[in-house]
Write a protein that binds this ligand. Structure first.
Ligand code: FAD
Ligand code: NAP
Length: 550
């Protein structure tokens, strides 16, 4: 392909074929749109195509972590476990792609490298790493919040003599660690899920921990057929509750009491129930002030600290695993299977990098200020350039030649996490400024896709070709997102929610913390009010907001 090849004309380009891109394609087909989806991966599934590390599974219950848009789909699919494994979730993504015949509009193994807005004729010129050029009325970024894998900035990282793996780019044939001395750097969810299984295989496992994380037992188990039948009988109502509830898109009773207004015994009992129940939001939503009041939060934190001390035999190791430098829940809580107990194994060593920081990776292993830990294989469970990484990797150039990367140099700025001023006809699915990673992502993905598809249909109906977020509406939304975050304890942690895991990245709390139900109401009211905060108009122009309301 070269620059003289014809530019393919389309209605929409969708970047990404994970759960967002798949459902977006399905909805665009129903609008009759000629759509091309691209994914750098060689098949569908996004997160679940890339993250094949041992122990990878969802932390939202399978029957919730699935599409709700088609009642037949949710009735026919059978999840086998409470928390599905990565292969099972990937099989589900494949089933969806087959069931709705989606693959014929998806080109795999292809990375979108740039998208340039052309004001006249009002289209996006999209290019790929295969040299293709496409012209589309709409460009929809379904690139994922956690898809730009991040290796650690450690001296000598390429000098290690053995194999290195990143959890987010795991080899498809799997890795056999039998008899090997393995190092894992990172103790977020990916590390916490993989460490127990790697420990079972490896002859020695060295875990390099920079910051201890809060984890609670998932209590995973095969799904009880009676539970499945009851849920399927009530699925529609359950889904509606998840869509409209005030927190993370899972049905959980809203807490009414403060953690400080109940006696120690009563609080201990509720926290124990939540600990035993094994759900991601159980402890977080045990009391109404856990995430807004430091003293209330400390009660929950102390409860978890004691559980860690119960599980880990060596008191010195237990203390290293106890998180004390940030409030409970301000870094994503992990659901684990045997994580803390893994440190009772004779072949597992915990290296506290606060005490003995890594100096360098050397051919033989990892050198800390204490010694060289000799290793045969190294695993980076070091996470992602979250929420903005995949959006900013391609050159996205808006009106007037502005690069999105430049516009967001002080942090992402969006209206509703769906669009950004100066970039007409560009939508983001679960973009920064939307609830996204604070929630059951399937609920958030479906809501965004439905909103975008409905918006496009409304534009057709009113004869509009161009939609763009208004700068004032964006400013107000960014201020609102920050204001809400400021009421909470979240900004107190150096988390990836804050961009703190990427050196040089602006420290801004990126997701919207107001809950999926309230957020949906805002989005719906914006649409009902003639797309308040957006300007709409014919191609080649920017209309006044009044034009669409007429
Ligand atoms: P992704 O699944 O990330 O897909 C994005 C796709 O876009 C990728 O395949 C990528 O290759 C492609 N892409 C990106 N940029 C380009 C480009 N320039 N050109 C071409 N292709 C591109 N959420 C939950 O709610 N519950 C969970 O239990 C849960 N578990 C998770 C476990 C792991 C290990 C991780 C990493 C995340 C988890 N998440 C979970 C979040 C998860 O990312 C979402 O639930 C969901 O899968 C996101 O779907 P998506 O389609 O939006 O993005
Ligand atoms: P993460 O939460 O960002 O964890 C990365 C870990 O690597 C942290 O412990 C971090 O330490 C450490 N690290 C990073 N750079 C380092 C360095 N240079 N030296 C030493 N340590 C370093 O990433 P993740 O575990 O991949 O998870 C990301 C998100 O994906 C999760 O929060 C969750 O939303 C999702 N996820 C979900 C599941 C699930 O249970 N379903 C599983 C995996 C991922 P610091 O804390 O000090 O930065």
């Amino acid at each position: 392909m070269d620059s003289t090849d014809p530019v393919r004309q389309l209605d929409a380009v969708v970047v990404g074929a994970g759960f967002s891109g798949l459902y977006m394609l399905h909805r665009l087909r129903r609008l009759g749109y000629d759509t091309q989806v691209f994914d750098a991966a060689s098949d569908v599934g996004g997160t679940w195509w890339w993250n094949r590390y041992p122990g990878a599974r969802c932390d939202i219950e399978s029957m919730d972590y699935s599409y709700s848009f088609d009642p037949d789909l949710e009735q026919e699919w059978e999840w086998s476990e409470r928390y599905a494994t990565q292969p099972e979730i990937l099989a589900y993504a494949n089933h969806v792609a087959d069931r709705y015949d989606l693959r014929r509009d998806i080109q795999f193994g292809t990375r979108v490298t740039s998208a340039v807005w052309q004001t006249d004729p009002g289209r996006w010129l999209v290019t790929t790493d295969r040299g293709q050029r496409l012209s589309a009325r709409f460009c929809i970024m379904a690139v994922g919040c956690l898809s730009a894998a991040k290796r650690p900035e450690i001296d000598g990282i390429d000098s290690f003599a053995g194999p290195e793996y990143h959890t987010g780019e795991w080899p498809h044939d799997g890795v056999d660690f039998t008899g090997l001395r393995v190092g894992v750097i990172g103790t977020g969810s990916s590390g916490i899920q993989s460490i127990p299984l790697i420990a079972e295989q490896a002859s020695e496992l060295v875990v390099f921990q920079r910051t201890p994380n809060y984890a609670q037992p998932a209590r995973n188990a095969p799904l009880d057929p009676g539970f499945v039948a009851a849920r399927k009988a009530d699925y529609r109502r359950h889904r509606e509750l998840a869509r409209t509830e005030t927190h993370g898109g899972v049905v959980i009773p809203a807490p009414e009491a403060s953690a400080l207004d109940v006696g120690d015994e009563e609080r201990e009992q509720l926290l124990r129930e939540r600990w035993e129940a094994g759900t991601l939001f159980g402890l977080l939503s045990s009391y109404n002030d856990v995430m807004v009041d430091a003293d209330a939060n400390a009660k929950v934190a102390e409860f978890v600290h004691d559980r860690i001390r119960d599980i880990v035999d060596d008191p010195a190791v237990a203390e290293k695993l106890v998180p004390t430098s940030y409030p409970f829940g301000t870094k994503r809580v992990c659901l684990d299977t045997g994580y803390y107990a893994t440190f009772n194994r004779a072949n597992v060593t915990l290296v506290d990098l606060q005490e003995t920081p890594i100096e360098q990776i050397v051919p033989e292993g990892v050198r800390t200020t204490e010694k060289v830990h000799e290793l045969d294989a190294l695993v980076f469970a070091t996470g992602f350039d979250a929420m903005t990484g995949a959006l900013l990797r391609p050159d996205i150039v808006g009106a007037g030649g502005v690069l999105l990367r430049d516009k967001w140099s002080a942090g992402p700025r969006t209206y509703l996490g769906l669009a950004t001023a100066g970039f007409p006809n560009l939508f983001m699915i679960t973009g920064p400024g939307s609830p996204s990673v604070m929630t059951n992502m399937m609920v958030s993905i479906e809501q965004h896709v439905d909103w975008i598809a409905d918006c496009l249909a409304a534009m057709e109906e009113h004869g509009h070709a161009v939609i763009e977020a208004e700068p004032d509406a964006e400013d107000a939304w960014v201020a609102h997102v920050n204001e809400l975050a400021g009421f909470t304890l979240y900004p107190r942690a150096a988390s990836w929610y804050m961009g703190a895991n990427v050196p040089g990245k602006p420290r801004v709390f990126m997701p919207y913390i107001g809950g999926v139900g309230p957020y949906r109401q805002v989005c719906d009211s914006v649409a009902a009010d003639g797309y308040r905060g957006f300007s709409l108009g014919p191609a080649g122009s920017r209309a006044t907001p009044e034009a669409v309301r007429a």
